[in-house]
Design a protein around this ligand. Structure first.
Ligand code: ADP
Ligand code: ZN
Length: 750
């Protein structure tokens, strides 16, 4: 075909095949790699990235024309697939009218697949989000046509024709609205031939943010950091920078300047937030700074908005995207900057499907797009600090809160010395401080990272504990909803009136507090206080969260009680006291990062206090006030705490000084789980710098009715785990009804 040779880009026909022209097509399905298809004569100009329709068995599937990723280290490359003979090749059916998947995104898909040991098609599925790739359906508008001679005229019809002539073409509903008539009038005119249909070009859904709209006046300490970031983002090229600064120091304010520089350079920006509930407040700030809204991306977008956004990102009309981790897989046309806010958050780790850490993969994406990336946190992860220490990442620090606001004073309440009254959970020291704060007209907050009324319900007569029938977990009472529920599998039943085991009446007793129970106690102690509860199950979405935050800012609330959602980057100017109900809570699990995570979370909560003029106080209720975590929170010296953490992990080659891969066996029966786990244990890799821990029953030994065992492979940092794990899995076949999931760089050890 002539036009194919006019096209300067080389066609994707494989050079080594002298036979029929063929292309590799990656399908969003769990196959080990792309399949070859024949190129029909009408499609000889197919290019890598083109989205195509192909036959698969008797079905038709949507896939992407694929090309090999040269940058992939050879030991990460999956084994080659068996070549299909020319005669058995099926042809590509058609090319879809879609923007192609950009090269950097194709490389990223291959990279994530290789790193996480996932089938590349499953990673592609995240990038395609099938709904997103359907074309944006064009709207039909109506314009006046040559009026037919026999047209019956009415006043309504005349108004429609006048407006169509002056303002048209317009969509039917809009035309009817402006003419003040029903849509049937428009339809009648169209049927009569007096209006003709015109395909309307959709207006760009996202207005362009203006970097000069409303720049801030930066403080002394801020200016230098902002200038460095502006330089980085304005020049481009891959680099990683940690932006570290105490809560309220103006990190967000400053990275907005990096966004401005990137926009001035004509590139797109991606901002990842750990929790989409934060997006409403973030969007407000962004809009004030740039005079236009960013594009939002998260799993709750309507299918239409998802499609529109996907296309706008691909075409470059969406300049700034703020989203949850899945936004990493959007088809940016010209990505120029990535920002990962609250980079230490474990919410960036996706735990099901393809398990990947969005912060780490964001660094990979930035490298592939040759863009700078900023990791932002008040309490950076040990991983990131180690990269700074090794000189791989740059480091910018802000040391003071903006505008003279001071850091809150943090104190512990030793619960052994100042216990609450029997059956209660708040120490008198804390309730007195709350009383005094509210009496001054300031706001107080209670934080407890546990939803529901009580984490455990026990029968006082026989000792029976209410347990999930599907999981190794207690059922959590939610008193307001009158149910007990499993926080792991979602199982739920009405709270039983009597003990299900011994049938004793009025014998079931809640053990320990959840936020509901703390709310009950606070209500009894402070009957006049205006209370607001913020928990993920009481706030159904970002809008409700934003509304709650606005109520607090307007001082319509005296006391806020919440789970981890209150810890996020909110700005509460009138909040001066934070009480942490159980500061020891996160230390119990005992995994590798328990102490680090507790410090990060509680520091984040503490950071909600005293962000404006009035100084803040934070009180930590603890039964082990001498614990290094409590001491770090009181002194505010996180650098020393993190150095101690590092020294504890270094000798054993725990991350970030070594690498981990978890293998999780799950099976229908305990026997199948054990047999598979034993086989993995017997086939475990051996070698210098390698160690396999387990198999052992997982802490969640049964989850959703599946029996679980875990193994952990630990290696020195210089050893790549992927090829070792790949070969290990090739040696072991799971038993019937069993499967093996791999979690590279695990965060959860349940
Ligand atoms: P962080 O992200 O470090 O917690 P923020 O960027 O949210 O800090 O800043 C904390 C508060 O101080 C916000 O209300 C922000 O608007 C305000 N702020 C910070 N820097 C400035 C500035 N240069 N001018 C005006 N307000 C600022
Ligand atoms: Zn369960």
């Amino acid at each position: 075909m002539v036009h194919a040779s006019l096209n300067k880009r080389p066609p994707v026909r494989k050079p080594e095949s002298a036979g029929r022209p063929r292309v590799a097509v990656l399908l969003p399905l769990p196959f080990p790699g792309p399949f070859d298809y024949a190129v029909p004569p009408a499609l000889t100009d197919l290019q890598p990235g083109d989205i195509v329709s192909v036959p698969l068995g008797r079905r038709t599937e949507t896939g992407v024309v694929w090309d090999p990723t040269p940058a992939l280290p050879p030991e990460f490359t999956p084994p080659p697939m068996k070549a299909v003979a020319d005669g058995r090749l099926k042809p590509v059916i058609s090319r879809l009218d879609q923007p192609p998947l950009p090269g950097a995104l194709r490389r990223f898909v291959d990279w994530v697949a290789a790193y996480t040991l996932s089938p590349p098609g499953m990673v592609l599925a995240m990038a395609l989000r099938t709904a997103a790739t359907a074309p944006v359906t064009p709207t039909t508008g109506w314009a006046v046509a040559e009026p037919p001679p026999d047209l019956r005229e009415t006043p309504a019809r005349r108004r429609v024709l006048e407006i169509a002539a002056s303002d048209g073409p317009l969509p039917g509903t809009e035309l009817a609205r402006r003419a003040g008539v029903g849509t049937s009038v428009v339809r009648g005119l169209a049927d009569a031939g007096a209006l003709r249909a015109v395909v309307l070009k959709p207006a760009p859904p996202f207005a362009a943010p203006d970097p000069a709209h409303c720049p801030p006046t930066l403080g002394d300490g801020q200016q230098e950091a902002a200038q460095s970031l502006r330089d980085l983002a304005g020049t481009g090229g891959f680099s990683v920078t940690l932006l570290e600064g105490v809560t309220g120091s103006g990190k967000t304010e400053i990275y907005m300047e990096a966004i401005a520089a990137c926009l001035e350079r004509g590139r797109q920006v991606l901002v990842l937030l750990p929790e989409i509930a934060l997006s409403a407040q973030w969007t407000g700030r962004f809009t004030r700074r740039f005079g236009a809204e960013p594009a939002l991306w998260h799993s709750d977008l309507s299918p239409r908005l998802r499609r529109v956004t996907w296309h706008a990102v691909a075409e470059g009309t969406a300049r700034v995207v703020v989203g949850a981790r899945s936004a990493l897989f959007l088809p940016f046309a010209e990505l120029g900057l990535i920002i990962v806010d609250e980079e230490h958050e474990s919410a960036f780790k996706q735990e099901d499907g393809v398990t990947y850490h969005a912060r780490d993969m964001a660094v990979v994406r930035a490298r592939l797009d040759r863009a700078p990336i900023l990791l932002v946190s008040a309490t950076p992860s040990l991983e990131t600090l180690a990269n700074v220490g090794a000189g791989r990442y740059r480091h910018l620090a802000l040391t003071a809160r903006h505008g003279g606001a001071t850091m809150p004073e943090v104190r512990t309440i030793d619960m052994r010395a100042h216990p609450p009254e029997r059956g209660l959970f708040l120490s008198p020291v804390l309730t007195e401080a709350m009383q005094a704060t509210m009496a001054r007209g300031e706001q107080a907050m209670l934080f407890l990272n546990r939803r529901g009324y009580a984490p455990l319900t026990l029968c006082r007569t026989c000792g029976h504990r209410l347990q999930c029938p599907n999981c190794t977990a207690w059922l959590v009472e939610h008193r307001a909803r009158r149910v007990i529920t499993c926080h792991h599998c979602g199982y739920q039943e009405p709270t039983p009136p009597t003990c299900p085991s011994c049938h004793a009446e009025a014998s079931l007793t809640p053990i320990g507090p959840g936020v509901e129970r703390i709310t009950e106690e606070a209500r009894a102690t402070f009957p006049d206080a205006r209370l607001l509860v913020m928990a993920s199950d009481t706030l159904p979405g970002p809008a409700a969260t934003a509304d709650a935050v606005a109520q607090i800012a307007r001082r319509e609330v005296d006391l806020v009680i919440g789970t981890q959602i209150v810890a996020k980057g909110w700005h509460f100017p009138h909040l001066t006291l934070v009480g942490v109900v159980d500061a020891d809570l996160g230390l119990g699990g005992g995994d590798l990062r328990a102490a680090e995570r507790t410090v990060q979370l509680l520091h984040q909560v503490a950071g909600r206090a005293g962000r404006a003029e009035a100084p803040g106080t934070v009180l930590l209720q603890s039964y082990c006030t001498e614990h290094p975590v409590m001491q770090a929170l009181v002194s505010g010296d996180f650098a020393s705490f993190m150095r101690q953490e590092a020294e504890q992990r270094r000798p054993g080659f725990w991350p970030p000084f070594g690498r981990l891969a978890a293998l999780i066996v799950s099976a229908d029966t305990p026997e199948a789980a054990d047999a598979t786990a034993r086989a993995l244990g017997a086939g475990a890799p051996r070698g210098d710098g390698l160690q396999v821990l387990g198999p052992a029953p997982a802490p969640l030994a049964i989850l959703r009715g599946r029996h679980r065992r875990r193994l952990l492979l630990r290696a020195r940092r210089e050893i790549a785990l992927q090829p070792i794990v790949r070969q290990w899995l090739e040696r072991v076949a799971p038993e019937r009804g069993a499967r093996i999931d791999v979690d590279i760089d695990p965060v959860s050890f349940l």
